[in-house]
Write a protein that binds this ligand. Structure first.
Ligand SMILES: [Zn+2]
Length: 210
């Protein structure tokens, strides 16, 4: 069930106060439109009733996809302390925490496709290292999709904000997915942050093992 909190928000442009509805919990099975609102980030938008300026109001939100068995916390201010919910019954679930809106919607996209997000973050890291060696400056790399030839499509974000699509054969990801399954123990039943920092540490560990 979707849960909302009602607050007030003050427009940073004109100072007008207006009601703010914050979606603190989303279940996509019961609210299919929520998927779109996460994708375009309109779930965090507040439109001023006076001057119509759109503000992005980030707040914690738990995203639950029952069919694909995952939950993602969006936690803009750090970790979520949730001592009220018992996740120990969610045996097959993937539980993740994300900290930026882009990470949040990317994680939904990745887990919906039943991809291994650990292998995917490592693939992104290797891609970033290759780009850096080729003197290509990027501030972000975001997984986008898998094309009809099975290649992984990433969006490269350059320092000036320009975006570029890049396609990678699936082999790097497949090799890493096998390695993480064989060599890396990842706890279940608790929310983990699997991002580029995690990938950096884990890639070091894999190198030591091999
Ligand atoms: Zn305003």
């Amino acid at each position: 069930m979707a849960e909302v909190q009602n607050n007030m928000f003050t427009c940073p442009q004109c100072g007008e106060d207006g009601p703010l509805t914050m979606w603190t919990s989303i279940n996509v099975a019961q609210d299919p439109d929520a998927r779109r609102r996460v994708e375009d980030l309109s779930i965090f938008e507040w439109i001023c009733p006076n001057c119509q300026k759109t503000s992005l109001v980030l707040h914690p939100c738990l995203y639950h996809d029952v069919a694909n068995e995952f939950m993602i916390w969006f936690a803009p201010d750090g970790e979520i302390q949730d001592n009220t919910t018992d996740f120990s019954q969610l045996d097959h679930y993937t539980l993740r925490t994300t900290h930026t809106p882009n990470e949040f919607r990317e994680k939904v996209n990745v887990l919906e496709r039943h991809l291994d997000d650990r292998a995917l973050e490592m693939t992104k890291l290797i891609l970033i290292m290759q780009l850096s060696r080729d003197n290509v400056d990027v501030v972000d790399v975001v997984f986008h999709s898998i094309d009809t030839s099975g290649r992984f499509v990433f969006v490269l974000v350059h320092p000036d904000g320009a975006e570029q699509y890049l396609r990678l054969p699936p082999t790097t990801y497949q090799k890493l997915a096998q390695d993480v399954r064989e060599y890396l123990y990842t706890p279940t039943h608790s929310f983990l942050t699997i991002d580029l920092n995690w990938a950096k540490d884990s890639l070091e560990m894999l190198k030591d093992i091999e």
